[in-house]
Design a protein around this ligand. Structure first.
Ligand SMILES: [Cu+2]
Length: 423
């Protein structure tokens, strides 16, 4: 990767003033004083406990991401598309490709929308064919005017880092007559979530899919997950699975073509396995280690004042239906036998509890509590875990399913509460 933000003062190179980012209130996920309060709580917790939880998936509700852009040297075909490996945008943004100028960044020759948060392997169409051996620059812009309309010169100025330099990366392209489909794999330990695996790289000739298959006696068996990849080289491809991976399980990463409706996975159907230029199917096996106690699904929850909980993210996002569509105090639907992690951004103000709902809050039976003790915490079948800070984990065992039907806040049990169901 070639992140040059620290080497070249792009803001000065391209004659742009670093100016504070104008954000609409809708663009903010948390109001400033909440953010400050959360930061203070986080710092205190870090100081006291000497530990912190690092969200390793997209869709976190905690501090805004540090904007960055990463582009790798790459072989391209056709010559008018490049892949930006990773974009982290604080609010909606753009990945803009510039050519190299005589003494500075040259003209922009293509752009693609980069949504709020992290985007992996973003394909950008160019206005012209890139030349073999050409150096290009990927520059992160904000999307500050009409969202989804690229306005530069105008409101959609380049994003800047804390030093005021433009967030940019340089990369070199090799233009090929045709890409040779390929995939790499790596044995891995799933320490964050048991439902997420990473494929280090794949080369797809045209739009494709990185597909994870179960093992079937040493060969690829049924499909348990897939992620779209653009034409060209993609890196660090994150694939969410249909089910938790088992410890020491063998999986197969296979490249498929995206031949039917682009962006819709059609297999069995038109999206058949890809073959390389030697007519060999592009598939490699790897093994996963899943440490005991690894959760399958992570839920992020925060408080809306003292009036409600708000579940702001489900990781992996393919399990978004775990949380109901309501705006607050959403019902939760948990999967029998699966292990969950709940990250509560306000554990001291709003300690989270799972309960058996009583006729009134005073008669609720507390099963798990982030601030007191619950009657199911010692049950080995639920393997209750509380890090003393933001993070809770439990397994949906038969004992939990037969007792739990709600959640609440220890401090605000009349207003901050919702239903828990199972499937
Ligand atoms: Cu509360």
């Amino acid at each position: 990767m070639f992140s040059v933000g620290g080497e070249l003062p792009f803001a000065r190179l391209i004659g742009l003033e670093a100016r504070p980012r104008a954000r609409t209130p809708e663009g903010r996920r948390l109001m400033p004083r909440h953010r400050t309060l959360l930061l203070l709580i986080g710092l205190i917790a870090l100081a006291v406990l000497g530990c912190g939880d690092s969200g390793d998936d997209n869709g976190t509700n905690n501090p805004p991401p540090t904007p960055s852009i990463t582009a790798n040297n790459q072989t391209i075909s056709p010559a008018d598309h490049v892949v930006v490996a990773k974009v982290v945008s604080d609010g909606p943004g753009w990945a803009v490709i510039h050519e190299q100028g005589a003494k500075s960044l040259g003209a922009a020759i293509g752009h693609a929308a980069a949504p709020d948060g992290t985007t992996q392997n973003l394909s950008v169409e160019l206005d012209r064919n890139a030349e073999d051996g050409e150096t290009l620059f990927a520059v992160l812009h904000i999307d500050a005017g009409a969202e989804g309309t690229y306005e530069f010169p105008g409101a959609d100025v380049p994003e800047t880092d804390k030093d005021g330099d433009t967030v940019a990366a340089s990369f070199r392209v090799t233009v090929s007559q045709g890409l040779n489909p390929a995939i790499t794999v790596q044995d891995q330990t799933l320490s964050g979530l048991s439902t997420v695996v990473t494929v280090p790289s794949a080369v797809s000739a045209g739009a494709g899919w990185v597909v994870i298959h179960e093992d079937n006696a040493g060969s690829p068996g049924p499909v348990i997950g897939y992620t779209a990849v653009p034409s060209g080289t993609s890196t660090e491809i994150i694939v969410a699975l249909d089910r938790p991976a088992a410890d020491a399980e063998t999986l197969h990463a296979m490249l498929h073509v995206d031949a039917g409706v682009v962006g819709t996975y059609e297999f069995p159907g038109s999206d058949v396995p890809a073959f390389d230029q030697d007519e060999v199917m592009v598939v490699k096996p790897f093994t996963v280690d899943v440490p005991a106690g690894t959760p399958a699904i992570r839920l992020r929850v925060t408080g809306i004042g003292f009036t409600a909980y708000d579940f702001t993210a489900v990781e992996p996002s393919r399990y978004a239906s775990t949380v109901g569509a309501e705006n607050e105090n959403q019902p939760l639907t948990l999967r029998s036998g699966w292990r969950y992690e709940i990250v509560n951004s306000a554990p001291t103000i709003h300690p989270f509890e799972i309960i058996h709902v009583g006729a009134n809050p005073a008669s609720d039976i507390v099963l798990f509590s982030q601030g007191a003790s619950g009657s199911l915490e010692a049950d080995v079948s639920v393997a209750w875990f509380d890090d003393g800070d933001q993070t809770l984990r439990f397994t949906v065992s038969a004992a939990l399913q037969s007792n739990a039907d709600g959640y609440r806040c220890l401090a605000h049990p009349t207003t901050m509460r919702g239903d828990v169901g199972f499937e």
